[in-house]
Write a protein that binds this ligand. Sequence first.
Ligand code: FES
Ligand SMILES: [Fe+2]
Length: 444
Amino acid sequence: MLKEKLEQFIIDNPEDREFKVNGKVYTDQELYEKEIELFFEKSWVYVCHEDQIKQENDYFLAQIGKEPVIITRSADGQIQGFINRCPHRGATVCREHQGNSKSFRCFYHGWTFRNNGDCIGVADQQAYPSNFDKSKHGLTKVAKVESYRGFVFASLEENVPTLEEHLGNAKPFLDVVIDRYADGIEVANGVTKYGNVGNWKLQLENALDYYHPLFVHKSYFDIVAKRGVKRENASLQFKERVVDHQLYLGGGHGLTVHYRDFLKAGYLEGELFQSDFRTPEWEEKVGPLMAKWTQKISMHLLIFPNLLIMEGPALQIRQIRPVSVDRTEVYGRAYYPKGQPDEYTSRQLAAYEFLGPAGHGTPDDIAAFESCTVGYQSEKAPWNNLSRGYDREVTDASELEISELSNFEVAGNISDDTFLRAMFRHWKEQLAEEKDASKKEVHA
Ligand code: FES
Ligand SMILES: [Fe+2]
C-alpha cells in the first residue's frame, strides 16, 4: 500500500519537465508514521547545541521521533542520552525542559536515577521480590550521541553511518557557519518556541524557499523600508536574485546561498558584525578555502531531517519537531559570534525580531502552512506544481565555483523548486527502500 502511495503521489516526468506532488504527502497518516520511523528513529537527528548543556550535570529535554529523550552532560563531561521514561510505570522522570542535576527523581513514585542512567533509589524497595535488582532498572540509553563542533546529534539505532557520513556534503557548510567568526559561535539563552498547523516538511521547504518572501512577508519589507534600513542586496526582486543559488547536497540536506559577505550587511546606525578579526592569523587558523568562502556567502542550511541554520535576516538555529501528521513544533535559538562586544550582540538580537511567534515574519509563514493544509484536504484538486526552474538546473559541479568547497547533486536559482524536486526524489527512494527491506524481513 505504501509503495502504491509513493508511486501515486509523486509525478516525476523529466521529458516533459513535469514534477508534481500530491497534497497527501503532507496529510497521509501511514506515510507520516513511516517518515518518523525512517528519518527520525533510524537515523541521526539534531538534539541540541552543547551551549545548552555547558556545565557538568546540565541536562536538556529533546525528542527523537516519538521517543522523549534527556540529553545529559555527566560529571566527567560526557554527553549521553536516555529515554525519558520511568521503568516503573512510565512517567517521564524529568519534566523540566532544561536544568542542572546529578540525578532525576520520578515524581510519580520516587524512583531515582543518576544522570548516567543508573537506577540509584527505589522507594520502599524491600516490598519488591527478593531477586529484584535495581541495577537492572536503569534508564534506557540512546544508542549514539555525538557532537560535531558543538552541534549535538543522536541516533536511537546503533547501526547507522558515522555522524560525519550523515552530514556528508553539508559538513563544510556547517564549518562555514562556525569558522566565519574569530572564535566560532555561541548560542543565546532562551528559545522562541511555537507550534503550527502543517506537516513538518513544510517548515524545511519554506526555509529554502525564496519564491515566497516578496509576497508573504511584504508587510515586513515595508516596515524595514520605512525605517530607512539599508542592507546590501536587500531587494528580493527576482531579477536581482539571478546569481544566488539553491543547492541539493544529497541525503535530504539542502542549502540556499547568497553570494555576498554577510558580515558587511549592516544597519544605518552601525555594523551588524565585527569583521576586523579577519587577519592573516584567522586565515591561517581556518585555512584558505574556508577564509575565502566564509567571506563570500551567506546561507540557509538544512541538515535533514530537523536542523535549520538561518543566516538571515538574523542568526538562528531552528529545530523542527513533528508532533503529528499536520502539527509541528519549532524551537528557535538565536546565536552569535562568540565573545563579541555586547553592542553587536544587541543589534543581532534586534534583527531577530523577524523570527518567532511574535516576530515580523514567522506568523506570515505559519499562516501559509495553515492555508496549504486546508488546500491539501482537496481530493478534486490535489496537485502541487514543483517545476519552477526545471530548465535551468545545474547538475555538473564544475559549472559552479562553490563545488570547490563541497559537493552538490543539483543546483538551481535560489527561487526555484530545485531542492524540492531532489528532496522528494530522495524521500520517495528512501521510503520505498524501507518498504522493500521490511518485505524481505517478513519473507525471511
Ligand atoms: S512511574 Fe516513576 S516511580 Fe512510578
Ligand atoms: Fe518566510
